[in-house]
Design a protein around this ligand. Structure first.
Ligand code: B1M
Length: 210
């Protein structure tokens, strides 16, 4: 059993094969951490790279992310057993008034694929809920998605609320979604703007790992 085959299965978005190869790898005695890092995460990193340069598109990314999640279902209990720490915690959600969650789900899956622990608040999330969840879970990043120009202001409210509570240094904000821009992010004082899910992963690494 070669981890390279498993990595290829993730990149190809082959859900059934990803799951069965993960089971095989565990049965062959390969360390869960190695399966995670050398096959699954490394496969998703490649997917992120291909996505960034438009060699693959959203449907392929979703399939790869689903495959990764399938494999994580098999791997998670074993990872917990072996005491692997997640890379850091991130609260994600689509802002209040906004029900578009496809992009947010993609970002959440890619972040999970990169080894972060995700607290997904779903959609229609008000500023106070983002802040409360970050405090309760001791998360270092809040990731907000908005697809409507009329809901982007909730991102500003969240950034301001963090500032009022003196949490701006402890909890970084990253924002994204079709109408959101880098200049809007700097205008409202968000720590980062992600044009796509792969950029969101790069930002999270930067925020949580320096
Ligand atoms: Co709606 N919708 N929609 N819609 N919808 C848009 C956004 C719209 C641009 C369509 C249009 O008119 N051309 C328009 C918004 C106009 C505007 O505000 N300027 C619009 C509208 C008007 C509406 C309604 C008001 C329609 C109505 O009822 N009259 C209504 C609003 C409902 C509500 O939210 N309250 C509505 C409803 C819906 C559906 C429910 C039918 C459905 C959503 C289903 C769902 O999400 N579960 C829907 C859809 C599918 C769309 C379009 C067609 C596609 C959105 C999508 O999923 N894209 C959209 C048109 C468009 O964007 N082309 C549209 C794929 C997704 C992977 O991309 O979300 O951009 P995206 O995410 C990307 C990046 O933006 C980035 O990474 C992702 C991957 O690259 N990203 C982040 C996203 N979040 C990020 C967070 C990050 C970092 C990166 O850090 C945390």
């Amino acid at each position: 059993m070669e981890l390279a085959q498993l990595k290829e299965a993730v990149i190809a978005g082959d859900m059934a094969r990803t799951k069965s190869l993960t089971e095989e790898a565990l049965e062959a005695g390969i360390e869960p951490a190695s399966i995670l890092n050398d096959a699954l995460i490394s496969g998703m990193d490649k997917v992120g790279e291909l996505f960034k340069v438009n060699e693959i598109y959203v449907p392929e990314v979703l399939l790869a992310a689903k495959s990764m999640q399938n494999a994580m279902g098999v791997l998670k209990p074993r990872l917990v057993d072996s005491g692997i720490q997640p890379r850091g915690k991130i609260v994600v959600g689509t802002v209040r008034g906004d029900l578009h969650d496809i992009g947010k789900n993609l970002v959440a899956m890619m972040l999970e694929g990169a080894g972060f622990e995700i607290i997904d608040l779903g959609n229609d999330v008000p500023a106070e809920k983002f802040v409360e969840a970050a405090v309760e879970n001791d998360a270092g990043v809040i990731g907000m998605s908005a697809l409507l120009t009329t809901t982007m202001h909730v991102m500003k409210e969240t950034v301001e609320m963090l500032g009022e509570k003196g949490l701006s240094d402890k909890v970084k904000t990253m924002i994204g979604g079709a109408p959101v821009t880098a200049s809007f992010a700097s205008e409202i004082g968000a720590a980062g703007y992600g044009d796509d899910a792969a950029t969101a992963v790069d930002l999270a690494k930067e925020f949580l790992e320096g």
